[in-house]
Design a protein around this ligand. Structure first.
Ligand code: ATP
Ligand code: MG
Length: 196
């Protein structure tokens, strides 16, 4: 049987329960064998703010996913260096995972930016795209290739990394918005103390 591999790309600054619920729900609905979380290198779409060091974002992603046997984390985008393009992520994963079927999981906000991605037409040859609902963002099909994209509704969690960073900067708790180990890691490394 061909392996069904989910791909969840993100800045994960920090990873939160919205990411985890989306990945879990899509894994169940699409009978995925594994979901690999891929933290970005220096993200070009977020050049307006300081992004936490890649190693911190990678370790928080590992901490958050460690207990789930279906979840793993890849360093490909971090180790490639430079800005991350989804086309590179998918090409590298394809090379690494041979004949696996790739399912790229993305939230409504990111999906609507898909058209602006470099080489976006080639993307659909590399993976099936799964757009998930996200509170505050409309999930609509802006005209993707036939069969290239599935839109699915996941349990709504109105959590964003931006919201988590702002809470930490204001001294407000992020318990239960992010996994316990991530709360502790943020505190240990003194992340997000200054708004950035
Ligand atoms: P930021 O606020 O810094 O942009 P974020 O919360 O949007 O962070 P990202 O790392 O940018 O998190 O998101 C990675 C992927 O997860 C994106 O495809 C995004 O749409 C999706 N996503 C993020 N939060 C949610 C959520 N609460 N529900 C569903 N999908 C989400
Ligand atoms: Mg985002």
């Amino acid at each position: 049987m061909t392996k069904r591999l989910g791909v969840m790309g993100g800045t994960f600054d920090p990873i939160h329960h919205g990411h985890l619920v989306a990945a879990s729900e899509v894994a169940s609905l699409f009978h995925l064998d594994e979901v690999v979380f891929v933290p970005t290198g220096q993200p070009w779409q977020k050049s307006d703010r300081v992004v936490s060091p890649a190693e911190d974002r990678y370790l928080m992603t590992v901490i958050a996913t460690a207990s789930n046997p279906q979840f793993s984390v890849s360093r490909i985008d971090i180790d490639r260096g430079g800005p991350t393009y989804t086309i590179d992520t998918l090409r590298d994963l394809r090379a690494e995972h041979g004949d696996a079927d790739l399912f790229f999981i993305t939230g409504a906000d990111a999906l609507s930016q898909i058209i602006s991605w470099r080489n976006h037409k080639d993307l659909f040859d590399l993976a099936h795209f799964i757009g998930v609902t996200r509170p505050g963002h409309t999930l609509s099909d802006p005209g993707f290739p036939e069969g290239g994209v599935s839109l699915v509704e996941v349990p709504a969690l109105a959590i964003s990394s931006t919201g988590c960073r702002e809470r930490v900067a204001k001294g407000e708790p992020v318990w239960y918005l992010v996994p316990d180990g991530v709360v502790q890691y943020i505190s240990k490394r003194a992340l997000y103390r200054e708004t950035g």
